[in-house]
Every structure is written in structure tokens, then in C-alpha cells.
Design a protein around this ligand. Sequence first.
Ligand code: NAP
Length: 293
Amino acid sequence: MRVFVTGGTGTIGTPVVAELLNSGHPVLGLARSESSAQTLKHAGAEVLRGELTDLDVLRAGVAQSEGVISLAFSPNYDTPEGLAAAITEESSAMAAMGEELIGSDRSIVITSGTPWVAGRASTEQDPLPLVGPVAGRAQSVNALLGLASRGVRTAAVRLPRTVHNEGKGGFAGLLAEQARRTGAAGYPGDGTQRWPAVHALDAAVLFRLVLESAPPRTAWHAVADEGDMVLDIATVVGRRLGLRVQSVPQENFGPFGPIFAMDQPASSAHTRVTLRWQPTHPSLLEDLENIQP
Ligand SMILES: NC(=O)c1ccc[n+]([C@@H]2O[C@H](COP(=O)([O-])OP(=O)(O)OC[C@H]3O[C@@H](n4cnc5c(N)ncnc54)[C@H](OP(=O)(O)O)[C@@H]3O)[C@@H](O)[C@H]2O)c1
């Protein structure tokens, strides 16, 4: 299946492109710069030059492909306005790609976060929360999944807070970046809140499995670690960087602060059994040992 991939040079997209190519699926990758185009070509993909805002380019990419994986997102996490603009940009891009697929019976796999449910690990059956700083993403994911009734094979891979590779990526990666900037490995609250995680190489396999075989309008959890305590994450970050570990106000984490402070374990039991997905790569706490001072 020829697959149009956006975000194919990112933490998750890079192994997704490799996984698709290794499994015999040719890839057409969106590239917004010459260096991203070179990276994709080097990986063995064809390149379509354009940005997420070039909706005609996105429609053309979809039209030339038998499946789509949507991963591109502008990492603008510093202010609520920046995050909102990135969500709007992604929503318009997903809507354009979805429209192009109507009536085609072709697949599109999109991403969202795992939901949070008070007192237990969330499951694939739980709805995405429609409140908080990333509520707009949940709305556009639900809208796209709804295109299943109009002849599109839609599916969502829900990602945990940290998708990591070589100690980098996701919320744990943001904690490490902030530690380097501020000189302390800070965490919000008392640190007992849990965040789920997955290695990017394991997530990539799940994206391929969902593309190949998921029924329309389904959601899957790319979760390997059901929940790592944030204090444990900060402790490894602090030790690797030689910095003290301390609780800091959640406001220090910008628009993500409220989400950073929440206990939000997630299960992937249904995903593992149904799609025969088995994570095999290092856990987050093991992978964080790759952080270099
Ligand atoms: N990593 C995590 O822990 C995690 C957790 C939950 C959800 N997610 C979601 O999963 C998706 C992929 O995450 P990631 O960690 O792989 O992201 P990433 O490493 O930041 O990569 C982002 C990708 O999107 C591309 N991109 C960004 N803005 C673009 C634009 N305006 N036009 C075209 N391409 C653009 C980048 O291309 P360039 O190479 O040109 O920069 C890159 O390929 C995102 O939607 C993210 O929010 C990630």
C-alpha cells in the first residue's frame, strides 16, 4: 500500500517511515524543508514538498496514495496562543485530508493522546476528554473518525505522554529540556502522578498494524509502560544531568502545566490482544539512561 506520511522526519515519524518501507509499503513523505526532504529520500521515501498549511498539497498527497498516516504537528508549546494555533493548523490539515478520502474506502491513521480517567488506567473504550488545553485536538480527531460513515477507513493511535527514543521525546523530554535550562530537574505536584510511555520503535509497529488491519472508527493505545511516577522520571533526569530534583509550580510548564500535574495511567490490553502488538524496546526509565550531561 503506498502511504502518504506527514511528520515523517519526527521522533515518531522516522521509525514509522522505516517500519512501512521495511514491510513493503512505499512511502510518500511531506517535507517542508530541503533538509527534511533529504532525510526522507535517504530513508528510501518519495518526497512531496509542502507545509501543513498547504492544503492543496496535502490533498494531492492523499490522492496519490492508498493510505495516510498523519503525524505532523508544529511543536509550539510555550504559550496557550501558540499551542492553540498549532492545533488549528493541524485540524485544518486533517479536515482537508479527510475530505479528499470521502467515499474512497482508503485508510487514514491519525494520532491523539491517551485519555485520563480518575482512579484507574484509561482504556481504548474511554472517550477523549473535551476539556483542557488540548481539547481542540480531541474535537478534530473525533470529527475525522466520524468520516467512517462516509466511506473512509479512519483509525486513531492514541499516544502516551512520552514517546521516546534514545532518552529523548515527549513529556519526559520536555522535563529534561527544562532541567537543562533552569539548572534543576523540576516536576509538578508531589511527583506521585503517573504518565504512560512507549518507545518510538514500538509505536511505529502499531501504526503499521493499525493502517493494515484496524476496522473503521477505532482507537488504539500505543502504551508500553502503563504509568511511570513523575518523581522517578525526574530522578533519572536529575542524576544523568547532575542536577538537584525538586517540585516546582505547574505554571513553570506553560500550557501543558495542568496536564503535567495529572495522574493519567493508560492500559493497552485490548490493543495488545486484538492487534497482536507486543512492545519489545526499552522502557522509559531504561531509555532515559541515554540522556547525556
Ligand atoms: N513524542 C511524544 O511523546 C508524543 C506524545 C503524544 C502525542 N504526540 C504527537 O505525535 C505526533 C508526532 O510527534 P513527534 O514527537 O514525532 O513530533 P516531532 O518530533 O516534533 O516531529 C514533528 C514532525 O512534524 C513535521 N512538521 C511540524 N510542523 C510542520 C509543518 N508546519 N508542516 C509540515 N511538517 C511539519 C516535522 O517536520 P520537520 O522535520 O520539517 O521539522 C516533523 O517531521 C504529533 O502530533 C505529536 O503531538 C507525540
